[in-house]
Structure formats: C-alpha cells, structure tokens
Design a protein around this ligand. Structure first.
Ligand SMILES: C=C(NCc1c(COP(=O)(O)O)cnc(C)c1O)C(=O)O
Length: 380
C-alpha cells in the first residue's frame, strides 16, 4: 500500500457490529464482563485499550512502517513514557537543539533521576561517538530540529547505535512520515507531537510512539497502560481524522514553505533563513538524502539583530497568527526565546543559536499570495 493510501486505509477496518466505515468514538471507560475476569469483548478498561485509540494506534504504526503504535495525551507524555525504560546510571545522548519542553523534561524533571543526559551536535559523529560508553542506552534526535532546523543523518547514526546496541529514537514531528521515515532508515522508535501535523488542525493535544520491534512495542504498551497518560477516544478520533489528509496538507505546507523561505532569503531586512530546502542551508544535502520534501517550518533572523524588530514584526502580522505550536492548517508565528524555548536558560539558548531576533514560522496551507503579502506588510 502506498503512503497516500495508508493515510486513509492503513491499519483500518469497518466497525464489526454496525459496519460503520469510520471508527466510532467509543466514549466509554469500561466494558461488560460475563463473569469475573471474562469480558464479553476484546476490551476491559479504556486506560488499557479503547477501540477508537486502537484504530489511531494502528494507523500510526502503518504510516511510520512500525510494528506497534501508541497514542498519548501529549508529545511530552509520549517522551516521558519512553524515558521510563531507563534507570539511574543509564546515559542518554541527545541532539543539542531540541523543543524547549523536551529539554526541560530531560534537564529538570529527570534532574534527580540519576540518568545522565549529554547534548551534542549529532552532525559531529566523532564527538557523538566519543560520548558512547557501556551505560549509554538511548540516542534521542529531532530532525529537523525545533527551531533551528538542524538535521541529523538518521542512517549514519543508526549504523553507530546498532553497533553499540543502543536504542535510537527520532522525534519526527517537523518532517512527518510523508517526508521522512526514520524506522526505514534504521531508527528503533519514532516519537510525534501529534498535536502538530498529524492532527493538523490545532484542535487537539496528543503524542505518539511508533516502535519497530514488536516485543519493545509490548513493553512500552505496558508502561503506557501502567502510567496512564493515554489519549482519550474523542482526541484519538480527531488525530485519526487529521491523518487522513496528511499527505495533501504536508504537500501544500512544503509548497508554501519553500516560497516563504525564498521570499525571506531575498528580503533586505533578513539576515539568515533556516530552511532545509535552501541550497544555502548547511544541512541541505542531508535533507535531500533523507527527506522527500522540506516541510513548512521556516525560521529567520533580522539584519539588525534586534529583539524589538522581531517583536514589532510579529505584532504586525494579520494572516499569520502569533501563537505557540505548529503544523496546523493556519499559519502560525512564534518567538522561541520568549515563547516555546523560554524554558531553556538564556546562556544555553545563545550557545545553540536561539537569538532574541529569531522568528519561527509554521507556514500553513492558505493561499501563498496572502501569506507573502502579510509578511511584506509586517516588515514595514
Ligand atoms: C508546542 C511546540 N512544540 C511541541 C513539541 C513537542 C511536545 O509536544 P506536546 O504535544 O506539546 O507535548 C515535542 N517535540 C517537538 C518537536 C515539538 O515541537 C512548539 O514548538 O510550538
């Protein structure tokens, strides 16, 4: 089955009793048992499994080519569930540019866990390998990264993690499986903030893990069940419905993203544009190697380097909405230093390159002429 068919049919079947073509929202917490311990159907309690969430989890596994999909109440809940695989003394090597909330989870929530986190530019494979030791249990990569659009060579990293028998997880939120398939490139686990492109309409908070190995999938299902951060049936329905148009939406996000990046790259007030589709992007070659398109996320800085210029620009926008999040049909604009990455200490932000004049755009699927006209008027 091709990807554009999987988004609609992958892992799906009509409802057995009524024949409903779309999975109903099973808004129930529990299921009848004929005798103690003998449920009359396949379900006992919705934290363990719910038919609407099962339909979504099967769709997630299908579009990422995994053995098991798991759906959570948010992307960070999915990440937290994966971290419960590890214990004091274990070590995790992560990309040095990450979503602020992921960095906060790693450095503040797990600060006293005894798990040691290393943050490194995963394009420096020598530096990365120098950090590996017998305690290294997980490599965590965002590619492209939020918000600096850095890329990491998934296949190259996978070769190293396999050699050392280390789990390799890729946060595929920015690319989506329409553009990039980490499991096919050698990763063991894919994570999504399904809040973003998978849901695609800024109307649900959700997360996902898709696991290549069946047994590891079962182990993580146990942790999902036992910790309880599961996605409810209505939210599962919303994400599942979003997935059905993923291929159409991301295609338009890419078309508009490329045009916005080119416009900004030629603007006299713009210093630098971070977009994998620009030949000038430092990771353009990796993008061409592992992505089939370059996405809808565009980040840029001002020639003036001034925070106030970025703020004035953001306040002037009319079609782009100034708000956190990304990946919805509507175009969104964000100031990472004051918004999504404010939880990262200022010195660390500066170290990785998140400056106070950095603006991140989630380019939506509106008409490109309206989007470009809005950017033009916002600069003036
Ligand atoms: C809310 C934003 N990001 C969430 C996010 C997350 C967390 O997902 P949540 O569904 O918000 O918990 C994980 N990974 C990436 C790459 C993300 O971008 C944002 O960047 O505006």
């Amino acid at each position: 089955m091709k990807f554009n068919t999987k988004t609609i049919h992958g892992g799906q079947h009509h409802e057995k009793v009524t024949g409903a073509v779309m999975p109903p929202v099973f808004q129930t917490s529990t299921y009848v048992q004929s005798s103690p311990g003998k449920p009359i159907g396949d379900y006992e309690y919705s934290r363990a499994a719910n038919p609407t969430r099962t339909a979504l989890e099967d769709a997630l596994a299908s579009i990422e080519n995994g053995a098991r999909g798991l759906a959570f109440s948010s992307g960070l809940a999915a990440t937290d569930c994966l971290l419960r695989m590890f214990k004091a003394g274990d070590e995790i090597i992560a990309m040095d540019d990450l979503y602020g909330g992921t960095y906060r989870l790693f450095t503040r929530l797990y600060k006293d866990s005894g798990i040691k986190f290393h943050f490194v530019d995963m394009n420096d494979l020598e530096k990365f390998q120098s950090l590996i030791n017998e305690n290294t249990k997980l490599v965590w990569v965002e590619t492209p990264t939020n918000p600096l659009m850095k890329l990491a060579d998934i296949a190259a990293i996978a070769q190293i993690t396999k050699k050392h028998n280390i789990l390799f997880a890729v946060d595929n939120t920015f690319a989506t499986p329409y553009l990039q398939k980490p499991l096919d490139l050698g990763a063991d686990i894919v994570m999504h903030s399904a809040t973003k492109y998978l849901g695609g309409h800024s109307d649900v908070i959700a997360g996902a893990l898709i696991i290549k190995d069946k047994a590891l999938g079962e182990e993580l299902h146990f942790k999902q069940f036992a910790t309880g951060a599961t996605l409810g049936p209505m939210d599962s329905f919303l994400v599942l419905r979003g997935i059905k148009t993923l291929h159409l939406r991301v295609q338009r996000h890419c078309e508009n993203g490329e045009k916005v990046a080119e416009y900004l790259d030629n603007h006299p007030l713009v210093e630098r544009v971070y977009y994998p589709g620009l030949a000038s992007h430092p990771f353009h070659e990796i993008a061409k190697k592992q992505m089939s398109g370059f996405g809808g996320m565009v980040t840029f800085t001002f020639k003036s380097g001034k925070k106030e210029d970025a703020i004035k620009f953001l306040e002037n926008l009319k079609v782009f909405t100034l708000a956190e999040s990304l990946g919805g049909v509507e175009s969104l604009a964000n100031h990472p230093a004051l918004m999504t990455h404010a939880s990262i200490p200022e010195d660390k932000r500066k170290e990785v390159g998140i400056s106070d004049d950095l603006v991140r755009l989630s380019v939506g699927i509106e008409d490109i002429e309206d989007l470009l006209a809005d950017l033009e008027q916002a600069f003036n």
